[in-house]
Design a protein around this ligand. Sequence first.
Ligand code: OGA
Ligand code: FE
Length: 276
Amino acid sequence: MTDTVKTKLVYFIPPADGSKPWQYVNVDLTQGELQRNYTLEPFEAEIENVRGKESAFSLDTSGFLYARAEAKHKSFTSDEEVEREYYPESIELLKQLTGASRVVLFDHTIRRRRPGELDDGPQKRQPVPVVHVDQTTASSIARVNRHLPPDDAEKLLQRRFQIINLWRPIGKPALDHPLALCDFRSIDVKRDLVSSTLRYPDRDGETFNVRHNPAHKWKYLRGMEPDEVVLIKCFDSVQDGSVAVLTPHTAFDDPTTPPDVPLRESIELRALVFYD
Ligand code: OGA
Ligand code: FE
């Protein structure tokens, strides 16, 4: 039996004038200045709870993978401790789950929901209620060049590599505003994905915004626990149609969330994943 919830997911509407979409990130804008040149719109969606069917999904098929994996690090209170304690065990976990020969973590984000407050600055991230993919092909290649020595980067870019996020609830089950993932096989890559510029204070990045498509098949794992993880594929250099390349994802308001559960807290690591 399938267990689905009905909700609304926020998708992207391209700029009417056909220009490339952009948005500012971490930039103090003076009042009245545009934060982005495109609009966002909620659409009805059904999301299937795949609890009990986790093994039906994989990085090469749907583009995401659920696994049970307890972390030794539990506190997630200091970035410095996360890097010293949680990074090394997560590199091992990623290697084990993917078969990769080398994993380089380049970033992490801790999210805590704070209703009514703005998501204001790197230390105060909240769940993201907008369908997106973290990287494009161009920004994925740029990441390899940015985080690896030039000699390594050149060699590594000749073989298969991926960008994968390792997402985990902190402290208690993530019943509040869980993460929904879109099965790669249900997306029309050329039509649905639109590369968009992220304007940071010091540089430009690029992500995919996602246009609504009623064919999208959305999944989530209800009540994900701190000793459960989901690997979210954001990029794969193999793009010949044989494997999933990426997974659109978004936080959502789950109508089955019991009242008074604690607000969601989670951490995601961003990894460059290389194969021999
Ligand atoms: C991510 C992401 C959003 C969230 O892990 O890449 O977009 O709400 N997370 O956790
Ligand atoms: Fe993301």
